[in-house]
Design a protein around this ligand. Sequence first.
Ligand SMILES: *Cc1c(COP(=O)(O)O)cnc(C)c1O
Length: 396
Amino acid sequence: MTGGRHLLSGGSERGAIYRRLGVEPIINARSTFTILGGSLMPAEVLDAMRLAADSFVDLVELQAAVSRRLAELTRNEAAFVSGGAAAGLFLAAAACIAADTADGTLRLDDLDGGRRRFVIHRAHRIPYERAIELAGGSLVEIGGTDGTQESDLRAALEPPTAAVIYVPKAHLASNVLPLDSVVRLAHGRGVAVIVDAAAQLPPVENLWRFTAAGADLAIFSGGKGLSGPASTGLIVGTARYVERLAANASPLQRYGRPMKVGKEDLVGLLAAVEWFLAQDHEALAMRYEAMVDHFIEWGRERDDVTVTRVGFGEAGQPTPRSHGCLDGATTGTRDDLLRALRATPPRIDLLADEANGFYAAPETLLPGEEEIISRRLAELLDRAAGRGGAVRTRRQ
Ligand SMILES: *Cc1c(COP(=O)(O)O)cnc(C)c1O
């Protein structure tokens, strides 16, 4: 299509650089999913990264300085930048497994009989647990999908348990033990608590809330709510655990070395945290509500889709989104619609629900994209109905 042309020659409008590669960009109403690129970095982050790329620096010195500043900004004793939240889980697991060794360094050779057990509530299971297994950890599940009893946790905290992994998704598992109970029971047995809060921003207070509740480490994705580099994670916690974690991390040639973080990423994540803290979170919330309202209004005009507001995001964070129910349609019809939305420009990605509907999340939409989505949805629904499709069944 553009054979031989340089990546930067041609237009610089949004998406052009991808189109020159023959990859059509996507309007993301799914939320901050890594598979779609995470989030869009604001100019403040990109400027900082560009400036960071301008000179060499001692990475250990820079890491220490960025960590200190991140700890201050997030009101924590210590902080660290990992190569993504999943890498943060790996490092946290390594730090807990190696907690009893003299220098805190993970040695996979000495794992037998060591502290390798990681307790997790059934309702908290996540696909990223592999990062814990990669460090040599093994997972022990407690409780049911609907909740957990204190006795379940007590029984699971036998030695040699390394840590409890806690995934704070309040709305998804309301009967799981609260974090402060988990901390009390775990600490009583000398076991650490690691909070995987990768997608739990906003609210901004979560940057200090989990550690204030006693968690030893809390991990956030740099590429989700923080709008930083997608290849970064923010770890906050006690100096004791963060130091152990750093002892296993890049640039040291330890097990964490394959998940390295460069100077641009270090500075980029710090700029993202500064940017995030400086946002008018109320104004942002209002912008999200206005986008949700747009879809609700749009749905009122149609007889084939019912749009409602859902008060939380996909990961349970308090960001509203809209839910569209295709009245009378099957899951297959909904899947056809979502596939059609993705197929041709403007390519649009929506999250399917468990039945015949979909969600549209506002936090990854640029202003005006909600209109593009509703217009395109209307076109596709009308076309399906014109062909006698099953989507337009109500009040026909
Ligand atoms: C997204 C996510 C991760 C992984 O985050 P990355 O920064 O992409 O590595 C880990 N845990 C949970 C719960 C997540 O939602």
